[in-house]
Design a binder for this molecule. Structure first.
Ligand SMILES: *Cc1c(COP(=O)(O)O)cnc(C)c1O
Length: 299
C-alpha cells in the first residue's frame, strides 16, 4: 500500500519541568489532516490480507466519530476496495452527517446504521459475500498489531521510553513487540474504568509496558478546563496541536510523571503523536455550548 510514508519526523518538545529529561514526539499527525496516523499502520496488513484473499469489499465497524471509520474509508478508496461502515446508532441514519461520516462517505464508504444492541452483538445487517473482508472495530486484530510494530524505526533505539495513548490498545500492543532491548513502553489509557476486557492484554508483550489509568481526565472524550489549558500551553510552547481525546491526555500524564520525578535525570522519552486533530472542532463546539474554555487553534 502506498499510503504509508517512509520518513516520520521526531521533534523535540518542551513540557513544564522537563529540563532534566528529554522529550520528543513522533509526528504521525503530519501525514494527513483528517486521518489519524496510527490507523494507517493498523490497516496496512489488513488490506494486504484482503488483497491476497481476492476480497473486493471491506466491511468494518465504528461509532459516529470513529477515527478508524474515517481512516478505513480513505485507505480503501486509495487501495481500490469498496467499503462498508457499520455505524453504531440507528437514529443517525436520518440525521445530518457529522464531519467524520461526511468524510467517510466522500471516500465512497457506504454507511449502514444499526441499533446499539445489534452493534454490540457484532451482527451484520446484510449477508456477507465471499468477496467481503471484515476488519473489526478499531482494526483490533493480529494484522493491526503487526502493522503497529512498524511505527518505530532503527533510529528510535536511542530512546529509553516510548509513550503512547490507548483506545483499543492495538497500537500500544504493536509497539510493545517492537521495543529495543533497553526500552520500556508507557501506555496512557484514554478510557475510564477497568480495562480488563481490553484487546491490549490479548496482544501486548506483558513484560515490556507500564499502564497508567489515571489520566483519562474524567472519562473518554471528556475535556475539562485543566486539559484545555495544558493543550493551549503546549501549543504556545511547541507550535503544534494535541488532540483532546488521546495525545492531549497522554502528554498531560507524561508531564505529570516528569514533574513527580518518575524519570531519572537524562532519560530520553519518545511520545507517539497519533493524530486525531479533526476531533478539535467538534470538541470546541461542545465546549462553546457549555461556555467553557476552548482549544486554541491559531497562535
Ligand atoms: C485510534 C486512536 C488512538 C488509539 O489507538 P488504539 O490502537 O485504538 O489504542 C490514539 N490516538 C488517536 C488520535 C486515535 O485516533
Amino acid at each position: 500500500m502506498t499510503i504509508l510514508p517512509t520518513q516520520i519526523k521526531n521533534q523535540r518538545v518542551f513540557l513544564p519541568g522537563c529540563d532534566r529529561v528529554s522529550v520528543s514526539m513522533k509526528r504521525l499527525d503530519l501525514w494527513h489532516p483528517v486521518v489519524s496516523g496510527n490507523k494507517f499502520f493498523k490497516l496496512k496488513y489488513n488490506l494486504e490480507a484482503a488483497s491476497k484473499m481476492g476480497a473486493k469489499r471491506i466491511v468494518t465497524f465504528g461509532g459516529a466519530f470513529s477515527n478508524h471509520i474515517a481512516a478505513c474509508a480513505y485507505a480503501c478508496n486509495n487501495a481500490g476496495f469498496e467499503s462498508v461502515g457499520i455505524i453504531r446508532g440507528e437514529e443517525l441514519e436520518f440525521q445530518e452527517r457529522n464531519a467524520t461520516l461526511r468524510f467517510a462517505e466522500s471516500c465512497g464508504m457506504q454507511l449502514q446504521f444499526v441499533s446499539r444492541e445489534i452493534y454490540s452483538k457484532k451482527q451484520l445487517p446484510f449477508k456477507i459475500a465471499s468477496t467481503d473482508f471484515i476488519i473489526p472495530e478499531g482494526g483490533a486484530n493480529e494484522w493491526g498489531v503487526q502493522g503497529c510494530r512498524e511505527i518505530l524505526s532503527e533510529s528510535d533505539s536511542k530512546f529509553d521510553f516510548i509513550a503512547v495513548s490507548l483506545g483499543t490498545g492495538i497500537t500500544a500492543a504493536g509497539l510493545s513487540h517492537a521495543l529495543f532491548p533497553q526500552q520500556q513502553l508507557l501506555v496512557f489509557s484514554a478510557l475510564k474504568g477497568a480495562l480488563t476486557d481490553s484487546d491490549f492484554f490479548t496482544f501486548a508483550d506483558a513484560k515490556r509496558y507500564r499502564l497508567f489509568e489515571q489520566y483519562h481526565c474524567g472519562g473518554y472524550a471528556k475535556c475539562p478546563p485543566e486539559l484545555v489549558h495544558f493543550i493551549n500551553d503546549f501549543y504556545k510552547q511547541n507550535g503544534f496541536l494535541l488532540d483532546p481525546i488521546y495525545t492531549g491526555k497522554m502528554m498531560f500524564g507524561l508531564g505529570d510523571l516528569v514533574q513527580n520525578g518518575f524519570f531519572k535525570n537524562g532519560a530520553k522519552i519518545l511520545a507517539i503523536h497519533t493524530g486525531g486533530l479533526q476531533a478539535i472542532s467538534g470538541m470546541n463546539a461542545r465546549l462553546k455550548a457549555n461556555e467553557l474554555l476552548e482549544i486554541q487553534t491559531e497562535l
